[in-house]
Design a protein around this ligand. Structure first.
Ligand SMILES: [Zn+2]
Length: 341
């Protein structure tokens, strides 16, 4: 079943909107107002010892890649800040009743996704989520090679230092010890993911430089890139094929060369928190226009249970790994903050 915003996730509007479009826009506006945290949240954050910043390209990337990690650290009392770089305006719309919001129709998908992100963050317990430079500052660039890559307002066309400067402000305000983003290829080559990687790495560098920008310099202790180890992809694809599914990842052989995934030997850290899988799945359902809850991969993974969804992997690329005695049997760190407290 695909859960639509008219379903269990809908909130009671103040006065009845005259159309579904108006309802969506009205909700998006109120979410936008609430989404920008005030001074209160930064004071609270500096009180909590552990502070984690995640930088993502589009609403839904955070949940798919790091949902369990975010819920786990919120649950442990850490301050978790999510910065999303675009509203995901160019995404596909998987809910037929909302197909009219798509970029090639009314071009209102961004509003809907602001709302979906807010609902997802509620499910994960993340209260501090923002858009880089404010909502709508950078537009989704669309998949690599599309004409939308050339729009002057898209994230792919953003000036690197200007975009990084906006993130430096967040880093100096929140002072995260740990920052999470994508690898150089953005995980799978989407221009906004590649740009999010570049902007984050540049911002970490600039935030520590006293000669750059306003505010107190801040040195991020550890930077991680999100990773899905190639062995995990193979395992999921084998399970799919074994179940008789030949169309998901069509043309790819689980035992052959895969065009995505991180070589296992580069993975340094695995966060495994089965107790937060339900929250992650709820957050995935909240991204209703983007994730079909009954898709074959999702359904299968759901049947596989916690094993697939409870684990999230990382590659430490800046800072020192935690001590060996805190690692698991494979030698992986199990905590992004290992070695810091
Ligand atoms: Zn994305």
């Amino acid at each position: 079943m695909t859960i639509t915003p008219e379903g269990p996730l809908a909130e009671e509007p103040e006065a009845r909107p005259t159309s579904p479009e108006e309802a969506v826009l009205r909700e998006a506006e109120s979410v936008l107002e609430q989404a920008q945290p005030g001074a209160e949240s930064s004071m609270e954050a500096l009180d909590s010892g552990r502070r984690l910043l995640l930088v993502h390209a589009h609403p839904d990337d955070e949940t798919i890649g790091n949902g369990v990690t975010m819920a786990r650290y919120v649950g442990q009392g850490a301050h978790v800040t999510l910065v999303t770089c675009t509203l995901g305006e160019e995404g596909e719309v998987l809910v037929p009743e909302l197909a009219h919001l798509a970029a090639d129709q009314e071009d209102q998908l961004g509003h809907q996704r602001v709302h979906e992100l807010a609902t997802a963050m509620e499910a994960l317990g993340v209260r501090d989520h923002r858009f880089l430079g404010g909502p709508g500052r950078f537009r989704d660039s669309g998949m690599m090679g599309l004409p939308s890559n050339d729009r002057p307002d898209c994230f792919w066309q953003a000036d690197l230092d200007e975009a990084a400067g906006l993130l430096v402000e967040v880093i100096r305000e929140m002072r995260p010890q740990v920052v999470v983003t994508y690898d150089e290829n953005g995980g799978y080559g989407h221009p906004d993911h590649i740009q999010a990687h570049r902007v984050t790495m540049r911002a970490v560098e600039l935030a520590a430089d006293p000669s750059r920008g306003r505010g107190e310099p801040w040195q991020v202790a550890k930077v991680y890139w999100s990773a899905v180890p190639i062995s995990w992809w193979r395992q999921s694809m084998r399970a799919l094929r074994a179940s008789g599914d030949t169309t998901t990842f069509e043309g790819l052989d689980p035992e052959g060369e895969l065009p995505f995934g991180t070589p296992d030997e580069l993975v340094t850290t695995v966060v495994d928190a089965p107790e937060h899988v339900e929250a992650k799945l709820a957050a995935m359902r909240a991204h209703a226009t983007q994730i079909t809850v009954d898709g074959p991969f999702f359904a299968l993974s759901n049947n596989l249970g916690n094993e697939v969804w409870s684990r999230e992997a990382y590659q430490l690329v800046h800072g020192q790994a935690g001590p060996a005695e805190e690692r698991d049997a494979q030698g992986h760190e199990t905590d992004l903050f290992s070695g810091l407290d």
